[in-house]
Design a protein around this ligand. Structure first.
Ligand SMILES: NC(=O)c1ccc[n+]([C@@H]2O[C@H](COP(=O)([O-])OP(=O)(O)OC[C@H]3O[C@@H](n4cnc5c(N)ncnc54)[C@H](O)[C@@H]3O)[C@@H](O)[C@H]2O)c1
Length: 388
């Protein structure tokens, strides 16, 4: 039978269908690329986060009317405003609180923040009213407190500070955002945080922490300096600060590793064991005192930087395979009595910290961990007796 020339053959119609399909795919791909290109010009700015900093004026010596520039509050606010705490795309509003006598200095800090024209800083609230300061804050960095002066008994310093933290707990509980994350920096940091937790029962215990990251960073740096062949501090990870932010803390390098030219090695194989059980521990424990002796003022810059590290890792997460030290409410892990704010190794994900489990604890470490827990139990008892 002869072929009808008007009727397209099966293979040519199939070919045409195939071409049509290709054309549709091409059009979709073209528009998708165009949309993606146009989207890259659209910047969706995140909502500003409200960050409270107490003790923000950094008034060290009210008697001689001197403002010591460089105390923690003064050092930390530009770091936060530059995005070092919450990331380069997170705008914030800073709430600055200090006592009445520091009100004028606080005005000055606020003026300087405005003058710095930080792109991420969307507002500054500076006040000596704790309720106004705590209003709707999402993050609270509690630096304000009475530092221990020469001749002052530790218990006197403790009693003054726990009273401050009892009062500020209520203000935070009533006026901060429901998901507010709290970092207590002021000493005695662990016990202040514990009092804050006890007097703000509706703040989830997961949301109250204290700063031992400075000690953690000091431990990393001491190890990097000790290992020969140019190991940088960023090559060292997974040290642990156990316990109290005081001279009984236990800096532990038993689980730490360092990246060297011959690969990742346990730090224990790179430093001598005598050093790791003596000088390493005492240097980290006494570093704050050494800085006060040299600077005639406390370690403000490194404490401010450590507080930024603490919040950044808490909010944005710890890098995979890395833990950090944070003072958190003990759940009984590693045999540490529950009901203490104790520094543990933690990992953070999606704004939640978890204590690293299953680390092997030798006899030497056990004794050190228990000694610092014992000090915290004693501090807790003193704090309660002061508040009674
Ligand atoms: N956890 C750590 O790693 C660490 C490290 C260094 C210092 N610290 C502690 O941090 C605290 C601050 O250190 P600093 O060097 O900035 O001291 P600082 O004396 O310079 O500043 C403390 C500020 O707190 C203010 N303040 C006092 N009572 C207040 C209150 N009720 N409400 C709000 N503000 C109040 C003061 O006016 C002052 O401006 C101290 O307790 C210090 O021991 C902790």
């Amino acid at each position: 039978m002869a072929k009808d020339p008007e009727k397209p053959s099966y293979s040519s119609s199939h070919w045409r269908q195939w071409l049509n399909g290709l054309a549709v795919l091409f059009i979709i791909a073209f528009f998708w690329t165009l949309i993606k290109y146009m989207w890259s010009f659209v910047k969706i700015e995140k909502e500003p986060v409200k960050v409270l900093v107490t003790g923000a004026a950094g008034m060290l010596n009210l008697i001689f009317h001197l403002v010591f520039l460089g105390q923690i509050g003064y050092a930390i606010v530009p770091m936060i405003a530059r995005g070092l705490m919450l990331g380069p795309d997170q705008p914030m509003i800073l709430h600055l609180l200090d006592i009445e006598q520091a009100g004028e200095a606080l005005d000055g800090v606020s003026m300087e923040l405005i003058d710095s024209a930080f792109p991420l800083l969307k507002g500054v609230v500076h006040t000596t009213d704790v309720v106004e300061a705590c209003k709707d804050v999402n993050i609270a960095i509690m630096v304000g407190g009475i530092p221990r002066k020469e001749g002052m008994e530790r218990n006197t310093m403790l009693s003054k500070n726990v009273s401050i933290y009892k009062a500020q707990a209520s203000a935070l509980e009533q006026h901060a955002a429901a998901d507010c994350k709290v970092l207590v920096v002021a000493n005695p940091a662990n016990t202040n945080a514990l009092i804050l937790k006890e007097f703000a029962p509706s703040i989830p215990v997961q949301n109250i922490t204290c700063l031992t990251r400075l000690d953690h960073n000091r431990a990393l740096s001491q190890i990097a300096e000790k290992i020969p062949n140019n190991v940088h501090v960023s090559d060292v990870k997974n040290v642990i600060i156990w316990g109290n932010h005081s001279s009984t803390q236990y800096p532990d390098l038993n689980h730490a590793t360092a990246t060297t030219i011959s690969g990742v090695k346990p730090v224990r194989e790179l430093v001598d064991s005598h050093w790791s059980k003596t000088e390493f521990i005492t240097t980290v424990q006494q570093r704050g005192a050494a800085i006060i002796k040299a600077r005639k003022a406390s370690s403000a810059l490194s404490a401010a930087s450590a507080a930024c590290d603490h919040i950044r890792d808490w909010v944005l997460g710890t890098p995979k395979g890395t833990w950090v030290s944070m003072g958190v409410y003990s759940d009984g892990s590693y045999g540490i009595p529950s009901g203490l704010m104790y520094s543990f190794p933690v990992t953070c994900e999606k704004g939640i910290w978890s204590i690293v489990q299953g680390l092997k604890i030798d006899e030497f470490s056990r004794a050190k961990m228990d000694a610092t827990a014992k000090e915290l139990i004693e501090e807790k008892a003193v704090a309660h007796s002061c508040l009674d």
